[in-house]
Design a protein around this ligand. Structure first.
Ligand SMILES: [Zn+2]
Length: 347
């Protein structure tokens, strides 16, 4: 169970009005406004999804499973970029065409902008990327600087992690921290130490890719603890549900981290389903699969539930820079605010 370090004042970030801390929540913890809203209970946010690597089938399935919004962190692409110009085009793509693609399936798309830890090790590329980041980070729909942090915990990774924490502070944006897959526990501790050295409020930092080894310290130190739920390895659904049962949902965030590797775009929705059927209270599921991500990234002022509670219209007749998602004479889906779905309307 959590022993919050509030006594020394250093991490005294827990507010008295938050009842869920340190014990599993119950139905009585529900915010009365939310309690009655079954519709919101069926909505999920996937706050870590590299959709640029995924297909339109994934978007369709995510929308059908209740994903109303997702966040696409800037990351590497499986092989290193060798020119700043390709990095620039990548950032433009996740902020532009990818947002359009998501909208064509009724999903709101947001981004985090940053230089990832792997490519931070190419110093000349990293310097050039750092020069272009402020311009991209200030764009609409950017909800954090990220994902940044350590991979091999090199000197260059450390340098650019720190520089980007400073950028986040300057722009008053949250930070999404990618914790290393090797030497995770030490790397996670070090990431938080560095955040504290730079004086960023833990409430502005989402520490991602946690597991059973790291959750205690991340929560104790007042950070948001995010979990990437993978289909077979690392954190699976079952392990995630066990954590939800023993830790509750205070500052816990579930994501899919789906990308070009073996991963599960429906991980958030499927984890929520398993949690509910395993007896995790609905409020805890709502917090960890929707509301906490909204609260954490909402600190950017760039993501709000008003963006999807007024349903967006889907009109697949639209195009982005002249490009449509439709192929081979396929009928566009046109969905109105009242929920009418008329695939043949445009014909
Ligand atoms: Zn990622």
């Amino acid at each position: 169970m959590l022993a919050l370090r509030v006594s020394d004042g250093k991490y005294a970030t827990e507010r008295q009005d938050r009842p869920l801390c340190g014990r599993p929540p119950t139905e009585n913890d529900m915010n009365p406004d939310i309690k009655d809203s079954t519709a919101i209970r069926q909505m999920f946010i996937d706050p870590h999804a590299h959709m640029i690597s995924r297909t339109t089938d994934d978007y369709e399935a995510m929308a059908a499973a209740g994903i109303v919004a997702l966040i696409e962190p800037a990351f590497w692409q499986g092989q290193p970029r060798t020119h700043v110009a390709t990095y620039e085009d990548y950032l433009s793509a996740i902020l532009g065409f990818e947002r359009f693609r998501a909208s064509q399936f009724g999903i709101r798309h947001y981004c985090t902008i940053g230089l990832n830890s792997k490519e931070a090790n190419d110093e000349s590329l990293a310097e050039a990327v750092m020069d272009i980041l402020p311009r991209f980070a200030a764009k609409d729909g950017v909800v954090a600087i990220g994902e940044i942090g350590y991979d091999e915990q090199t000197e260059l990774e450390d340098r650019y992690f720190r520089a980007q924490i400073e950028l986040a502070k300057e722009l008053e944006l949250p930070v999404l921290v990618h914790t290393p897959h090797r030497d995770k526990k030490a790397g996670t501790t070090r990431s938080m130490d560095v955040c504290e050295e730079h004086g960023i409020d833990p409430r502005m930092v989402i520490v991602d890719h946690n597991n059973e080894e790291t959750i205690d310290e991340v929560l104790e130190r007042g950070y948001w603890a995010a979990f990437s739920v993978y289909p077979s390895t690392k954190m699976g659904k079952e392990r995630m549900v066990r954590l939800m049962k023993s830790y509750g949902a205070e500052r816990v965030i579930v994501n899919s981290a789906c990308d070009w590797g073996i991963s599960e775009p429906l991980a958030v929705a499927k984890t929520a389903e398993l949690a509910l059927s395993s007896g995790v209270p609905a409020e805890a599921v709502h917090l960890s699969c929707y509301a906490n991500a909204l609260a954490a990234y909402g600190q950017s002022g760039q993501i709000s539930d008003s963006h999807w509670l007024t349903p967006m219209e889907i009109d697949q007749r639209e195009s982005f820079a002249g490009n449509s998602i439709l192929r081979g004479g396929r009928e566009p889906v046109v969905e109105h605010h009242d929920g009418r779905r008329t695939p043949n309307e445009a014909a």
